[in-house]
Design a protein around this ligand. Structure first.
Ligand SMILES: Cc1cc2nc3c(=O)[nH]c(=O)nc-3n(C[C@H](O)[C@H](O)[C@H](O)COP(=O)(O)OP(=O)(O)OC[C@H]3O[C@@H](n4cnc5c(N)ncnc54)[C@H](O)[C@@H]3O)c2cc1C
Length: 536
C-alpha cells in the first residue's frame, strides 16, 4: 500500500527517513516495521515563528517497495543523420535547446567560445593569481555558461509548472540529486554542477550532436532576410569555419561583442532595464541567527539560512538578488578594465559567509542622467540607443576597476558605514579571493543607486533586526543581473522579427533570468526551430 501524508515536523524529526518513519508510527498509528521506504515529495521550511517547522509531503511505501522512478526519464534518439541546427552558446539556454532538438529528431551543432567545464576552472582560479581575466574563459564564458559556477539555484518566477518540472527532471537524469524535485528552493551547488553539465554534453555527443569548444561566432551568415548559419573562429588555432543551418543564438548577457555586432548589422534590438548595485556579505552565522531567531544559529538540522528582501525607494525597486547562503563572492568580469562581482555556493552551503546582490532597478530612461558625459560616449545617453544600458554597465564596471587599483581587488565598504556615508578604516574578513580595498562607495557610485540602497538597507534593517551592521561588507559592483538588451523576436514563432532562421534565446536575448528560465526558453526555441525546419 502507498499512502501520502502532509506533515509539519520539527527539524530533528524531518532530518532522516528513519525519524520520519518513527513520527508516522507515533502520530499516524503506522507499524514502523511495515514501512519499507518513505519518499519526500515536497519540503519547505517555515521560519516565520520562533519555533521552526519543516513542512513535508511524503509518500510511505507500506508492505511494498517503491516501483516508480524518482524522476521522469526523457528519451534521446540517435540524430547523427538528421538535419542540423546551430546552437551558439552552451549555457543552460543552449544546453536545453540542444537536448530538446535531439528529442525532436534534429542534430544540434553547439558552438561555444569558452573551454569545457573542467578546463575553464583553471582560468577562473587564475583570476586571483594574476589579477587578469581571460576574455574567452571566465565565470560567464565556457561550457555551462554563467550558471556553471554558481549557487545552482533552480527556482524561478516562471508559472509554467510543467516546464519547470521538465528542466528539473532532465537535471536529475544527468546526475543532480533528486532532492531538487522536492525542495521549495532547490539548488545543486557549484561543486556538483560541472559533472551534471558534462553528462548533458555527453548525451548530445552520444546521440550524434557536435560540441565545438573555443569556437567563437564572429558573424551570422546572412542571405537576404534569412540566417543561413554562422561564421566562427577557432580561438586555439585561428582557423575560420562556417557552420550552416538555422541558428539558436544563446550567447548570454555578457557577450558584448555579439550585441555590438548585431547593432552594427542593424539587427533589431532594444535597450532593456537591469538592476545594479553591490554584493553584500555577512557572516553566515549572523544570517542564521537572524532568520532562525536563535542566538545559536541554524543548529544541527537546519540548512544555512536564506533571505529575500524587496522594497520600493524613489519609484524604483530595491531588492536582494541571487542569494548565496554559505557561499563565496566571486570575480565575474569578462574582460579587461572591469570589476564585476557575483556569488556562488557549494552544495553544502558550508562556508563562513552568506552573500547576495543588493540592487536597484535602472530603466533605459534613467541611463541618460546616469552616464557620465566625460566618458566620450554621448550617443549612449539616448534611451533609444539599444546599447545605452550596456554602456552604463561598462562605465560603472570601469569606474569600479579604477577604484580597485586597476586590478581585480574590489572596492568595498562596511554596510553601516555606507549608510552613514563614512569611509571604513578596515574591512571584515571576506570570501572574495582577489582581495578587497576600502573605498567610499557612497561617494563615487551613482547617487541614483547609492541613495536608494541606503534607504533600502534601513528598511531591511528594521524588518530583520541585526541585518544592517558593520559586520557586513558591500563589495562593488554587481551589474550583470540580467541582459541590458532585448533582441526582438516574434511572440509566436520565436524567430527574430525580421530575420528568418534566427532564434534569439535565453538570458542574453532578454527572455530569461536564471538557469531554469533560460532552460525553458531553450526548449521553446528548439520546438519553434523544429516547426520552422518542417516548413522548409
Ligand atoms: C556567478 C553567477 C552565479 C549565478 N547563480 C545563479 C543561480 O544560482 N541560479 C540561477 O538561476 N541563475 C544564476 N545565475 C544566472 C544564470 O547563470 C544565467 O541566468 C543563465 O546561465 C543564463 O543562461 P543562458 O544560456 O541564456 O546564457 P549563459 O549561461 O550566459 O551562456 C551563454 C554562453 O554563450 C557563450 N558565448 C557567448 N558569446 C559567444 C560567441 N560569440 N560564440 C560562441 N559562444 C558564445 C558563452 O561562453 C556562454 O557559455 C548566475 C550567474 C552568475 C554569473
Amino acid at each position: 500500500m502507498i499512502h501520502e501524508y502532509q506533515l509539519r515536523l520539527l527539524p530533528v524529526q524531518a532530518s532522516s527517513e528513519q525519524n520520519i518513519i518513527s513520527y508516522l508510527a507515533q502520530e499516524e498509528g503506522l507499524d514502523a516495521r511495515t514501512v519499507n521506504s518513505v519518499r519526500v515529495l515536497k519540503r519547505s521550511i517555515d521560519a516565520r515563528q520562533r519555533t521552526i517547522y519543516v513542512n513535508l509531503k511524503v509518500r510511505a511505501y507500506i508492505n511494498e517497495l517503491p516501483q516508480d522512478d524518482e524522476f521522469v526519464h526523457t528519451e534521446y534518439q540517435d540524430v547523427s543523420d538528421r538535419p542540423r541546427v546551430i546552437v551558439v552558446g552552451e549555457g543552460p539556454g543552449g544546453l536545453f535547446a540542444s537536448l530538446r532538438l535531439i528529442e525532436l529528431g534534429f542534430r544540434p551543432v553547439v558552438i561555444e567560445r569558452g573551454k569545457d567545464v573542467r578546463e575553464r576552472k583553471k582560468d577562473m582560479a587564475g583570476i586571483t593569481k594574476t589579477q587578469q581575466v581571460d576574455p574567452e574563459s571566465n565565470y560567464c564564458f565556457g561550457e555551462g555558461g554563467a550558471g556553471a559556477y554558481s549557487d545552482g539555484k533552480l527556482y524561478t518566477r516562471s508559472k509554467k509548472r510543467g516546464s519547470v518540472e521538465k528542466i528539473l527532471n532532465v537535471f536529475c537524469q544527468h546526475g543532480a540529486s533528486t532532492g531538487i524535485l522536492a525542495d521549495a528552493h532547490p539548488h545543486i551547488g557549484t561543486d556538483k554542477l560541472p559533472r551534471v553539465i558534462e553528462n548533458m554534453r555527453n548525451t548530445i555527443l552520444k546521440c550524434g550532436g557536435e560540441v565545438h569548444f573555443q569556437t567563437k561566432m564572429t558573424a551570422l551568415m546572412l542571405d537576404h532576410e534569412r540566417v543561413a548559419g554562422v561564421e566562427t573562429v577557432n580561438l586555439a588555432t585561428g582557423a575560420e569555419e562556417h557552420f550552416r543551418g538555422p541558428v539558436i543564438l544563446a550567447t548570454g548577457h555578457s557577450a558584448r561583442d555579439v550585441y555590438r555586432y548585431l547593432h552594427a548589422e542593424q539587427i533589431e534590438m532594444e535597450a532593456k532595464g537591469i538592476a545594479v548595485g553591490v554584493r553584500l556579505e555577512h557572516p553566515a552565522q549572523l544570517i542564521d541567527q537572524i532568520q532562525y531567531h536563535n542566538k545559536n544559529g541554524k543548529g544541527k538540522y537546519l540548512p544555512t539560512a536564506e533571505y529575500s528582501f524587496v522594497t520600493q525607494v524613489g519609484g524604483r525597486g530595491v531588492y536582494s538578488f541571487c542569494m548565496c547562503p554559505g557561499g563565496f563572492v566571486i570575480p565575474a568580469a569578462t574582460g579587461p578594465q572591469q570589476i564585476v562581482v557575483n556569488g556562488m555556493s557549494p552544495a553544502n552551503r558550508g562556508t563562513r559567509w552568506s552573500n547576495s546582490g543588493m540592487v536597484v532597478e535602472v530603466h533605459p530612461d534613467d541611463v541618460a542622467a546616469l552616464l557620465k558625459p566625460e566618458n566620450g560616449e554621448s550617443e549612449g545617453a539616448d534611451a533609444a540607443d539599444p546599447l545605452c544600458v550596456m554602456r552604463f554597465q561598462e562605465t560603472l564596471e570601469r569606474d569600479c576597476w579604477q577604484q580597485g587599483n586597476r586590478k581585480q581587488t574590489a572596492p568595498a565598504q562596511r554596510m553601516a558605514d555606507f549608510v552613514n556615508r563614512k569611509l571604513s578604516y578596515d574591512l571584515p574578513p571576506s570570501s572574495y579571493a582577489p582581495g578587497l580595498i576600502s573605498s567610499p562607495l557612497h561617494f563615487w557610485m551613482p547617487a541614483f543607486v547609492v541613495s536608494r540602497l541606503q534607504e533600502g538597507f534601513k528598511v531591511f534593517g528594521r524588518n530583520a533586526h541585526g541585518f544592517l551592521t558593520n559586520e557586513a561588507v558591500l563589495i562593488a559592483t554587481e551589474t550583470r543581473t540580467s541582459s541590458p538588451v532585448r533582441i526582438l523576436r516574434d511572440r509566436e514563432t520565436l524567430q527574430h522579427v525580421r530575420l528568418e532562421g534566427l532564434f534569439p534565446c535565453g538570458e542574453g536575448a532578454g527572455y530569461a533570468g536564471g538557469i531554469v528560465s533560460a532552460g525553458i526558453d531553450g526548449e521553446r526555441c528548439a520546438e519553434m526551430c523544429a516547426e520552422y525546419m518542417k516548413r522548409l
